[in-house]
Design a protein around this ligand. Structure first.
Ligand SMILES: [Zn+2]
Length: 259
């Protein structure tokens, strides 16, 4: 029987070369939990792990037991993707690579455009900042691992610390170009059939919201505070979602005010 998302604690094969182990850490920011991706060419004992996941021994043990781990890759710095790195490295001894030096163990930082050959696969590194400054995607022959840049459902929150809308829109362009006909394998949620199509949908959604924010500023004045804009643009949305909306609006205002 083929498994469907979410399948906690079970290795679910999604493409010929990618399977997922879903961590049991559902939440507001993680949807059903964090996806840990296991990559290997057919017949290979070696595996590449993308995002070992949170600090959860059961999950990390299951990931480590999925094959001979030759490399772990990190899509971005958030704790639900990196919390278990130390333990995972201690357990497997596998080198860990990320864009940010902070998470690198026994290897070097990733470089945009680099092609990694491991577990019988060629994996191209694509820098896709916006969700965070250190967000990267990984391009395979038939799929793109999108981290939190593209999710299985809903849209992405831009981290107010170092995420920017300008970066994010550029990254969606890159994913549209690289993702045509390739399945999106996201950090959260189920896979999506075509990465380019989701990238287009995400861009449309962002630009619509941006137009609403710009229209609100015409009414409220160019110096309007983020929360004033939220009340205006998200008046039809549950107030509980306003703090999250405020983060998005802040990013949009930064974008509008810079351009
Ligand atoms: Zn994230």
């Amino acid at each position: 029987m083929t498994l469907a998302h979410p399948a906690y604690g079970q290795l679910r094969q999604v493409t010929e070369t990618a399977a997922v182990l879903l961590a049991d850490n559902p939440g507001k920011m993680t949807l059903d939990g964090t996806n840990t991706w296991i990559l290997r060419a057919p017949g290979s004992d070696d595996i590449v792990v993308v995002d070992p996941g949170p600090k959860d021994s059961d999950h990390l043990d299951a990931v480590a037991a999925s094959g001979n781990v030759v490399l772990a890759l990190v899509t971005h710095r958030h704790g639900d993707h990196t919390g278990g790195l130390k333990r995972f490295h201690r357990k497997t001894g596998a080198p860990i690579r990320a864009l940010s030096e902070k998470y690198v163990r026994a290897s070097t930082a990733l470089v945009d455009g680099e092609v990694i050959e491991a577990a019988g696969l060629a994996i191209t590194v694509l820098a896709t900042p916006g969700h965070t400054a250190d967000s990267v995607s990984f391009v395979l022959d038939d799929a793109v691992l999108t981290g939190d840049t593209i999710l299985g459902r809903g849209t992405t929150v831009l981290d107010p610390k170092d995420g920017t809308l300008a970066d994010y829109l550029d990254s969606l362009d890159k994913l549209e170009a690289a993702g045509e006909g390739r399945v999106a394998l996201p950090g959260h949620g189920a896979e999506v059939p075509d990465t380019a199509e989701v990238a287009r949908f995400y861009r449309k959604h962002r630009l619509e919201r941006l137009a609403q924010v710009e229209a609100a500023l015409v009414e409220l004045g160019q110096d309007a505070k983020p929360m004033q804009v939220v009340k205006h643009v998200y008046s039809d949305v549950d107030k509980k979602l306003w703090p999250a909306a405020r983060m998005s609006v802040k990013a949009q205002l930064a974008y509008v005010r810079k351009s």
